[in-house]
Write a protein that binds this ligand. Structure first.
Ligand code: ADP
Ligand code: GLC
Length: 495
């Protein structure tokens, strides 16, 4: 199959969260399975063009926007050990900026930046002579590719048989914007904008709604999230539209790229380890505590549970629960807590306070740091993810491979990947809590800690965790099946 992928993030070139990891892992797998893949991304300033040997070309793509045309120069590179071609769009006005999205509020013109990407991807395919069977969009950033395919590009022979598939990684981000701004950019006449039309959403334009309505198939990143977003409580206003498309909506659990996340071959951790050599994990813990946390030798030697967290600091991640529970957990249970995160100032201030008050127990670092993320996941005994909602979550799957026991809220992909440990049967590999309350979180932490280093439970838990297999291969194969269904649908419509 020829698969054209466009996204706002791609690991390791431009990463804010799991979206980047998932897109990169999927295309690598499809290519390994013999499919031809072309990825189109913005050339953000932060991208190190040395990675993947990107070269500027003389090719300039002309993108129709409204009644005029905008341009981007193409940079081409190849994903190592695969045939995946990656095309970066160089447009200084849109993408040559400090950040990717521009802080918690986002850049004011993100609608326009991603509208450009969603339209440019077709022109890139055309210029490079790539005829896609599938156009795969991710999140609101490239959701507009779905209506553009159905309303404009399908009339070009190259895209006549192309099917559109949209993956929703997080329904909280929808690309809601003003019709005065974007309808002219898209060339959509005002009489298409009326209550209940695809273009209208409570008086605004909603990119994700358009993507959902015009995609041939819609995927989201875990089976639980696929049903959660069809409900009022987690649908963020799009539950009606999703129910309308319910027959075409599936949950495909994200997978892990185990070549990046494997304690036996992790270039970021000081001591490689495996299920047969768990003493290595202990050594990583000691190194983190002495080198990063700055603890003295006596403290480092004390056997105290370490709870880790690597997370964007947003409401989604359940930080509000920690406001009410973490200080008590640290004081009452005497545990240590390590956090790497970045996000809203108010959350950072909270952790700063704890780290200064409990300087021998709470260690925090803010900002994005790939190496430290690996080190914390490897060194911790437990990984905490008390998410309010979680479409899939990758960090808990990484933690499992590192024998780090997840304590998570039973929601979305966390529910689908973490199984409660049962001390009577020895089955399961983590601890879950249901209610979004500090008490429920507290209870789960207390229960989880009761197994810390208790033989044989602790051994069993770690062994079970490390043998979980959430490989990206399975997820890539499920997408290929979905692509087949999408193509069947297009074929049926054309006959
Ligand atoms: P989300 O995409 O909602 O942030 P996921 O669990 O799916 O959540 O993915 C988060 C990804 O981002 C993981 O790869 C995690 O290791 C990484 N990550 C999160 N915060 C940081 C950070 N501050 N530094 C480095 N990596 C981070
Ligand atoms: C989003 C979600 C996260 C998911 C990731 C990759 O960022 O918040 O749960 O794992 O996308 O799909």
């Amino acid at each position: 199959m020829n698969i054209l992928v466009a996204a706002a993030e791609f690991a390791p070139l431009a990463k804010v969260g799991g979206l980047a990891d998932v897109v990169a892992a999927l295309v690598r797998q499809w290519s390994a399975l013999g499919h031809r893949v072309l990825v189109v991304l913005p050339k953000y300033r932060a991208i190190d063009v040395g990675t993947y040997g990107f070269q500027p070309t003389d090719l300039v793509v002309a993108v129709p926007i409204g009644w005029w045309t905008e341009y981007a120069r193409l940079w081409l590179g190849t994903l190592p050990q695969s045939g995946v071609r990656i095309c970066l769009l160089e447009n200084a006005d849109y993408y040559d900026r400090e950040g990717i999205y521009g802080g918690p509020e986002g850049y004011a013109d993100n609608d326009r930046r991603y509208l450009f990407l969603s339209r440019a991807l077709f022109e890139v395919a055309h210029l490079l002579g790539f005829s896609p069977d599938i156009v795969h969009g991710h999140d609101y950033h490239t959701a507009l590719a779905m209506p553009l395919l159905k309303l404009i590009y399908r009339w070009q022979p190259r895209f006549y048989k192309t099917a559109g598939v949209l993956t929703i990684h997080n329904i909280a981000f929808q690309g809601i914007t003003s019709p005065e701004r974007v309808l002219p950019l898209l060339g959509v006449p005002w009489d298409e904008f009326y209550p209940g039309s695809p273009w209208e959403f409570h008086g605004a334009v909603n990119f994700l709604k358009l993507g959902i309505l015009y995609a041939d198939k819609i995927a989201t990143v875990s089976p639980s999230y696929a049903w959660e977003i069809r409900t009022t409580s987690l649908g963020e206003g799009l539950q009606g539209v999703l129910n309308l498309r319910g027959a075409d909506l599936v949950g495909i659990l994200n997978g892990v790229d185990y070549s990046e996340w494997n304690p036996e071959r992790d270039r970021y951790i000081p001591v490689p380890y495996s299920v047969q050599f768990l003493a290595g994990k202990q050594l990583n813990k000691r190194r983190l505590l002495s080198e990063w946390a700055g603890l003295g030798e006596m403290e480092v030697q004390r056997d105290v549970p370490l709870i880790g967290m690597v997370s964007r600091l947003t409401e989604q991640k359940g930080i509000d629960l920690l406001y009410h529970a973490l200080e008590g957990i640290v004081t009452q249970f005497g545990v240590r807590f390590a956090l790497l995160g970045s996000g809203a100032n108010r959350y950072e201030d909270f952790f700063r306070y704890l780290a200064s008050r409990y300087s021998q127990q709470v260690f925090v670092q803010f900002g994005y740091n790939e190496a430290l993320a690996h080190k914390i996941i490897a060194a911790s005994d437990y990984l905490l993810m008390p998410s309010r909602y979680e479409p899939c979550g990758l960090t808990q799957m990484y933690a499992l491979r590192y024998g780090t026991i997840p304590i998570v809220r039973a929601v979305g992909g966390l529910r689908d990947t973490v199984r409660q440990y049962d001390p009577t049967t020895g089955e399961g590999w983590g601890f879950l809590f249901e209610a979004y309350t500090p008490e429920a979180l507290w209870g789960a932490v207390e229960y989880a800690l009761s197994f810390y280093a208790v033989v044989p439970h602790w051994e069993r838990l770690r062994r079970n965790a490390m043998s979980c297999d959430f490989s990206a291969r399975r997820s890539a194969e499920q997408y290929l099946q979905l692509f087949e269904w999408a193509l069947e649908k297009v074929r049926a419509e054309r006959t």
